[in-house]
Design a protein around this ligand. Structure first.
Ligand SMILES: Nc1ncnc2c1ncn2[C@@H]1O[C@H](COP(=O)(O)OP(=O)(O)OP(=O)(O)O)[C@@H](O)[C@H]1O
Ligand SMILES: [Mg+2]
Length: 593
């Protein structure tokens, strides 16, 4: 029930942008319903007139007065009202298509826009495929339901009211007879819907898991092939697929039962109406012709009365999928946005120093990763972070441009808590070269100028030269116009990192964070990365995470992290002299070089 209310709010939110369209739909729904419930009255009247006519025609005394003109009039009205109903419905369908396609369009835009305001935490905690399935499967379900079920729900509701009104207007006794079995039908529907709902919800969750798995496996195809795990991958896939199938099947069966069951109830009800109608006729409380007309009319009404019930139940699966879809989209919309203080201080560049003061941090509650980190870096200094894998180096970097916020302690730029700065201005001055380089679909020029699209060609070339990637780019037949993308990239890992460095150089940040790629690169590329790093670091305050200690020999300060704690601090010489963890690490690496 809460899901239903939530879904109703969700749809209302989007529909409210189409007030005119909704007004047209509302008006024509009422008109169509009026025509629809009036038509049977004329049909009943036609039957009544036929009975009258036959009564007169069969009696020699009154034969001369018998006339079919009343029958004709009634039939014409019946046809006219049926036609008007069709026209009104047609106008409605067109309007519904306009409103639904536009609202789904808005939802898609809203969802993507929302993603762009969310914290990194969300993306770190959710599989890509999971997120993607909200754009595909859930939005498709909502669209289908809007076209075929949601507006129906409204028009069928109006029809129900219209039929009730007309029935009680025509004959109260027969009206009661017609609706007598309703509680039984509703109870049956409710019981079945409750089961169906469970499986339809499950189905969408399972589809999300399946998409997540497929996405991950496709991304990891090389690792799968290398390890000969193709069969394993297929086997796991089958498990996911089976779960989707089971949930879909159960949901479909339970919601599929509804329509035939309600159609059956409608038939039973029609029989009841005929039976009681016949009883009324034979009992002689009504004129024969009138009674006959009433029976025909109420047979029609009985079917119309059950139409909303069976229509809604027929499209129930669709509705349920849309409710689930709305719930899953709401889950995204309810995620916390990145917080930028309302009138945050505009950060205009680092003037003095960066400090981390007793910083504690955990990705997941109760599982602390950084346990009280203190770092102080003066403007223009280069700090290197070293330490075993998983020691928290990247995590420290994540805090410096507020991908995440500290749990305890504070990160300060020039003595001001960075949470007090306007977020955009903060990030403008913090450049980051990620450990995993990212390539966007587009030309190489576009990729380098990503953070500064207005950059001139000369600026782009200069950045690429400083990053030692210019010559490689020029060696490609199409040079800077070569189209690349992340999956089908012509770059090696080292070259990708060089490209990321060029991208960062171009934005000219005050504070630079460089998370060195761990992968092994050839010595030539390594030397290039080294030189590119020197170029980009020059004259800036920088945090460098280095795996190859050779790259940080001249750092102003080397910080050794282990298990989320700083265990050593000093220059290269100082740390060597201390003969501690760093000295050992350094000697081990030297042996290999
Ligand atoms: N998004 C995340 N959610 C939960 N835990 C995470 C997340 N990212 C990292 N961790 C955990 O935090 C710890 C520190 O990870 P971090 O990435 O900072 O290590 P690192 O020092 O950069 O390692 P590497 O040298 O391999 O890059 C690890 O134990 C890791 O499992
Ligand atoms: Mg790392």
């Amino acid at each position: 029930m809460t899901n239903l209310i939530q879904a109703a709010k969700f749809f209302a939110h989007y529909f409210k942008h189409y007030k005119l369209g909704m007004a047209v739909i509302g008006l024509f729904t009422i008109l169509a319903t009026y025509f629809q419930v009036t038509a049977p009255v004329y049909m009943g009247k036609a039957i009544q007139e036929i009975a009258n006519y036959m009564g007169k025609a069969l009696n020699p005394a009154t034969r001369a007065q018998a006339s079919l003109s009343q029958v004709h009039t009634a039939v014409w009205f019946f046809l006219l009202f049926s036609l008007l109903m069709l026209v009104a419905q047609l106008i409605n369908y067109v309007m519904q298509a306009i409103v639904s396609s536009n609202s789904v369009n808005d939802m898609r835009k809203g969802l993507f826009g929302k993603l762009q305001t969310m914290t990194i935490r969300y993306f770190d905690a959710h599989q890509d495929g999971e997120i993607l399935s909200r754009f595909t499967s859930d939005l498709d379900n909502i669209y289908n339901a809007m076209n075929e079920a949601i507006f129906q729900l409204f028009s069928q509701g109006v029809l129900m009211i219209g039929v009730l009104w007309m029935m009680f207007h025509q004959n109260v006794t027969l009206a009661w007879v017609t609706i007598a079995a309703t509680p039984i039908s509703l109870l049956l529907a409710y019981l079945i819907i409750r089961r169906a709902e469970k499986y339809v919800n499950l189905q969408q969750d399972e589809v999300g898991h399946l998409n997540g798995y497929i996405n991950e496996q496709i991304n990891g195809e090389k690792v799968i092939i290398t390890n000969g795990l193709q069969a394993e991958s297929v086997k796991n896939f089958e498990d996911y697929n089976q779960r989707v199938k089971d949930a879909t099947y159960r949901g479909q069966v339970w919601s599929g039962i509804l329509f035939p069951l309600m159609s059956g109830m409608s038939l039973v009800n029609t029989a009841i109406v005929i039976f009681f109608g016949g009883y009324l006729t034979l009992n002689g409380t009504l004129d024969r012709a009138v009674a006959l007309g009433l029976i025909v009319m109420f047979v029609n009404f009985s079917q119309q009365y059950y139409q909303p019930i069976s229509q809604i139940t027929a499209t129930y699966n669709m509705l349920q999928l849309a409710i689930t879809g709305a719930k899953r989209l709401n889950e995204v919309f309810e995620q916390a946005d990145e917080v930028s203080p309302a009138d945050g201080i505009i950060f205009t560049g680092l003037k003095d120093k960066v400090e981390l003061d007793d910083v504690h941090f955990s990705y997941q509650e109760g599982h602390e990763i950084l346990h009280g980190i203190d770092i102080e870096v003066d403007k223009g200094q280069m700090v290197a972070l070293v330490g075993p894998t998983g020691s928290g180096k990247t995590t420290v970097m994540n805090l410096l441009n507020r991908f995440y916020d500290v749990d305890q302690g504070v990160v300060k730029f020039d003595g001001t808590d960075i949470r007090k700065f306007n977020l955009a201005s903060l990030r403008e001055h913090v450049g980051i070269v990620l450990q995993d380089s990212v390539i966007f679909t587009g030309t190489i020029r576009y990729n380098i100028a990503f953070g500064k699209p207005a950059a001139s060609d000369d600026e782009v070339y200069a950045a690429a030269k400083q990053a030692y990637i210019h010559d490689f780019i020029m060696s490609l037949p199409e040079g800077y116009d070569t189209v690349v993308n992340d999956e089908h990239s012509i770059f090696s890992t080292g070259q990708k990192q060089l490209l990321s460095i060029a991208r960062t150089i171009l934005t000219n940040p005050d504070l630079l964070i460089l998370d060195e790629a761990t992968s092994n690169v050839d010595t030539v590329t390594e030397a290039k990365i080294q030189k590119a790093m020197d170029n980009v670091i020059h004259g800036r305050t920088s945090f460098v995470i280095a795996h190859r200690l050779k790259t940080i020999l001249n750092a102003d300060k080397i910080i050794v992290l282990k298990d989320g704690q700083i265990i050593e601090v000093g220059t290269h010489q100082e740390l060597l002299a201390a003969k501690g963890f760093y000295a050992e690490l350094y000697h081990n690496q030297m042996v290999f070089d």
